[in-house]
Design a protein around this ligand. Structure first.
Ligand code: FEO
Length: 389
């Protein structure tokens, strides 16, 4: 990728990773991703904001050939997809100083082989003059690590937001021109990476709303030159109320659990509750995660295997528990062979959620009329607790 201009003083560097399909050995990347760094030139000094994924070393270092002077390297976040090439950058520019939040500076020293005298902590709201323009550092912890910060550029009105407002989306568009595609990718990104920190992010959004933002430049995906597009979407994902919608991750081995979950879908649909079944036999973490944003309830449908829920459902439960969606209700349904306690493990697997647990519906072997009656009762309980649309 060649460097591209956001305006006459700011250039985007980094790499578009069209073919990467997994991040953190966990997160699917159906549309690839990008690693964005930015070069900001003042009349007196120059700053590089973040570096790049180390796998794209040669491409990124070649982009720095155009830089004849570098005074600062700002590290918004210590995760290596943005910080990993800091040692090479500091070696290339021996007078440059790395800047990070007070929590970020020691984290970088832990993760990367860098001399401690080359890195300095910056305070929240500290301003750095570059000549004709200034960087202001805004500490926004837990977006999504404890050390994260963003940079506000005056007078350009650009918020360099790092992972916040990002999207795993490989695109040749510098700016988000295909709004629907950019927002869909951004929602997946929010769901899989940011949702556990929604309460912290809610406060940060209030703070950022006071800035006259003209452009949001994240570290992944396209730049938003219509900032309200992504800002308003994040507000809804972070603070929007749970909807009249049930997410139903399900797996069946011999059809009994499938019959129960089909019955639940029918009963919920009759009561005006939307259902999003999620087939655990063909897992796609990104779709499951996105469906949890603003969902009202989750019901796991799984048979017992060995002494616990089917492992595909146990994995899904661990994901739901980790992502901490703002659910009103939680329950599980399923078939067992010899021990109904096996499915009670869902309660322990989701112990981090604050949702009300509704009585599960379990059957030994094939479901009978009394089990379908219990499904109807579960549907009534869900319908009564979820808000009207
Ligand atoms: Fe894109 Fe948390 O690193």
């Amino acid at each position: 990728m060649n460097a591209r201009a956001l305006n006459e003083n700011v250039r985007r560097l980094g790499a578009v990773d069209w073919d990467r399909r997994l991040f953190d050995a966990l997160i699917p990347l159906p549309e690839g991703t990008s690693y964005n760094a930015y070069l900001v030139r003042g009349s007196e000094r120059t700053a590089l904001l973040d570096t790049c994924e180390p796998a794209r070393r040669a491409e990124f270092l070649a982009q720095l050939d155009e830089v004849d002077r570098l005074d600062y390297v700002v590290l918004h976040h210590a995760e290596q997809d943005h910080s990993g090439l800091l040692p090479e950058v500091l070696e290339r520019f021996p007078d440059a100083v790395a800047l990070a939040s007070p929590k970020g500076a020691p984290m970088l020293a832990d993760l990367l082989p860098i001399p401690s005298d080359r890195i300095r902590a910056v305070a929240d709201n500290e301003t750095l003059e570059l000549g004709g323009r200034a960087l202001r550092f805004l500490h926004l912890p837990w977006v999504h690590w404890p050390e994260t910060m963003t940079t506000w550029l005056e007078p350009d009105g650009i918020l360099f937001s790092c992972d916040m407002f990002g999207a795993h989306l490989a695109t040749s568009d510098l700016f988000a021109r295909d709004s629907a595609r950019a927002l869909a990718a951004a929602k997946l990104y929010y769901a899989q990476i940011m949702m556990p920190y929604a309460r912290q992010i809610e406060r940060h959004l209030v703070r950022l709303a006071e800035l006259p933002i003209r452009m949001i430049a994240p570290s992944h995906g396209p730049v938003f030159d219509r900032p309200a597009l992504i800002f308003d979407a994040w507000r809804e994902w972070v603070s929007g109320p749970p909807r009249r919608r049930v997410v139903l991750p399900r797996v069946s081995m011999h059809g009994s659990t499938e019959k129960l979950s089909d019955a639940l879908i029918a009963e919920l649909t009759e009561r005006g509750v939307a259902v999003e079944p999620y087939d655990l036999a063909a897992p796609a973490l990104d779709r499951l995660a996105a469906s949890l944003v603003n969902a009202g309830a989750v019901v796991f449908a799984a048979p017992a295997v060995w002494n616990g829920p089917h492992p595909a459902a146990a994995f899904a439960a661990a994901i739901v528990n980790g992502l901490k969606p703002n659910l009103r209700c939680l329950s599980w349904i399923g078939s067992y062979g010899w021990g109904e306690k096996a499915l009670a493990e869902f309660g322990a697997l989701c112990s981090g959620l604050k949702a009300e647990i509704l009585p599960p519906v379990l059957c030994r072997g094939r479901p009978r009329p009394e089990n379908f009656s219990a499904i109807r009762t579960l549907a009534e309980a869900l319908a009564a607790r979820l808000p009207a649309e």
